[in-house]
Write a protein that binds this ligand. Sequence first.
Ligand code: NAD
Length: 246
Amino acid sequence: MRLQDKAAIITGGAQGIGKATARLFLTEGAKLMLADMDAAALATTARELDPSGKSVTTALCNVTKFAECDGVVKKAMEFFGRLDILINNAGITKDNLMLRMTEAEWDAVIDVNLKGVFNMAKACTPIMVRQRSGRMVNISSVVGQMGNAGQVNYAASKGGVLALTKSLARELASRQILCNAVAPGFIRTRLTDVLPEDVKKQYLSGIALKRFGEPEEIAKVCLFLSSDDSSYVTGQVIGVNGGLYT
Ligand SMILES: NC(=O)c1ccc[n+]([C@@H]2O[C@H](COP(=O)([O-])OP(=O)(O)OC[C@H]3O[C@@H](n4cnc5c(N)ncnc54)[C@H](O)[C@@H]3O)[C@@H](O)[C@H]2O)c1
């Protein structure tokens, strides 16, 4: 029970990596607020993970809007009375080659993946500062580290998340708030399910372990970074990519 009675917010918690993280955190004793903009998936996931409704609550939220993020954090405080962990996981892709990428595709991805992380971190910071404790785990991507053709928007957003994480870690360390990033490689979720077979094959050839990762393999690293096991780890990026990027 590495998260006994810890209160956590997980954005994008309705499916994929966020849902797997929620499931693992529950088995470790955490109380959760799942924040997502997909109302139907959010309700289904909350019922599936915690039929009693005692340990999981939900908030409909678009992370691109600061007021909505602030509302999520206030609701979590009303519910839990404290806030120990923020998992910034909500993210989208809108892939295109630079020649064809539209301004709207650029803006949308930067808004969710980078500004969304800023919004949630900003809303949580005053509370964690008052508590003199907290953990923030930001889900970046291997693409933010190595780049990827067809993803200049996504790569820039995820690279930005790494820089934000390192800066915030320096800012908040004196208050015992630890900020780290996880950089997943290719993980089997609906984000990667939509890739054409030939693209999947091409990615697989570059992965040392010769397979895509599972959402649960990211969840375990989020658990490490949210628990006392990582008490001397801040400002770090943990790659979970099967050896795609070393
Ligand atoms: N799947 C991968 O291979 C992979 C690799 C590297 C990084 N990531 C990152 O991991 C995170 C989770 O990805 P996933 O694969 O589980 O995707 P997913 O699409 O299965 O889940 C993402 C969740 O975020 C929610 N979301 C999207 N926009 C939102 C917004 N504006 N406000 C609130 N919620 C929003 C969606 O509704 C969804 O529930 C993302 O940040 C993604 O970039 C994924």
